[in-house]
Design a protein. Structure first.
Lengths: 221, 221
DNA sequence: GTCTATAGACGGATAGAC
DNA sequence: GTCTATCCGTCTATAGAC
């Protein structure tokens, strides 16, 4: 998996990452102590610092491990579609699916931890912690730029700034779709969580596309 | 303001709440210590426990102080519209504006702290902390129920469960509109934050309405 | 690589004088 | 109501034996 020259025991390292992922998702970064992580992973406390150095670096690695794959997968789908289209603009629905659908399909993988990770990611989007922010921005930069310009070619009548905003709104809707506070409705006798996960993707997709293609707000002020 | 029998100095109490609001927004609950709060508020450390008891109760009061007003304002607008309509269903756009527009107008109040609070709220939506969750659910219950049934009457051809989901997605988009990770695009030479705040409301509104009225996902499986 | 033990700072909460 | 001083627990990180 990794080509570090120092071939560490993959077991300990991965168990730490898996435990940290779950606990960060459930309790946040500050709400999760090294001791909680090591006791869940059943490794020694000092092992974390041995393998990752500091808590901050551990957090980074929790993200990097999955985010690299996710964004590579997104770009790969986009590459493929653009190659097939041969210069013609793509349909917005296919671009949206390549970005948000890929993430949602990762979130559907409950056993492999994809679901946990996407919950964590959704939560982290609104965490203004400085260093996490910086790190995510770097990890996302390439991928986001590719998708924004694909959308701009697909919707030439829409200003780039408008597309940026709508991409932002779509990200928020997706974050909530995965990790949002479903419990808000429980008191109304309703629930959003005990639903067939298979239907989430089409539900979200039609919402996102409706929003993306909505009439533009009133003329330039 | 408050009719507690113990008439405490309003100054100290409010200064603590104001300081806590900002710091919770910037650093989260676990990332904010009592000492950070009291030193920002320029009050004594023991004053927090004197006025609020525990940190948890302080957190609750930070939310309760503004959320009660916000949700009352939302319901008041809805009441007014329903009274004028005299039994006829309302336009979805007016319902959406009553709920999300009211929040966004609160978020436009930067000096009075409304902006800070809405950022905090957006962040807290994805904070799975058990007791905050419970508290928010109770605070929201009445208001959300009112708006969901108003939407259901306005869109009788849409299943209630579908409306619930779309309300959820809309909430996510709004949370990001206010407090989301705008910095994700900065590396692409773009920005979503240095924009005219006056234009946010119409931008978000057309996106939300586009999503709400989007064609329903494929037939029942 | 893995362990024990501990340093050293900081957390929430409180006792008790004024 | 406001203050100082302090209890006591937990935190991250590291030193050093094995």
């Amino acid at each position: 998996m990794r080509d570090d020259s120092a071939k560490t025991s993959p077991d300990t390292r991965s168990r730490i990452l898996d435990a940290a992922e779950v606990l960060f998702m459930e309790n946040g970064f500050d709400g999760t102590s090294m001791r909680m992580i090591t006791s869940r992973a059943e490794v020694n406390l000092a092992a974390v610092n041995y393998h990752f150095g500091t808590k901050e670096l551990l957090i980074q690695e929790v993200f990097r491990r999955r985010l690299t794959d996710l964004n590579n997968a997104r770009v790969a789908v986009l590459d493929q579609m653009e190659a097939e289209a041969g210069g013609a603009p793509l349909k917005p629905s296919r671009i949206v699916d390549a970005f948000f659908g890929t993430a949602l399909r990762m979130a559907a993988d409950v056993d492999g931890g994809g679901h946990t990770f996407m919950c964590l990611l959704g939560r982290t989007y609104t965490e203004p912690n400085e260093f996490v922010r910086k790190f995510l921005a770097e990890e996302y930069a390439e991928c986001v730029e590719r998708f924004l310009s694909a959308l701009y070619r697909a919707l030439p009548e829409v200003e780039l700034k408008e597309i940026l905003w709508r991409f932002h709104f779509m990200t928020g809707a997706m974050a909530f779709a995965i990790s949002g506070l479903g419990g808000l409705y429980e008191l109304a006798g309703l629930s959003v969580t005990d639903d067939d996960p298979q239907r989430l993707l089409p539900r979200l997709m039609s919402f996102l596309l409706g929003g993306l293609r909505a009439p533009l707000p009133g003329a330039n002020a």
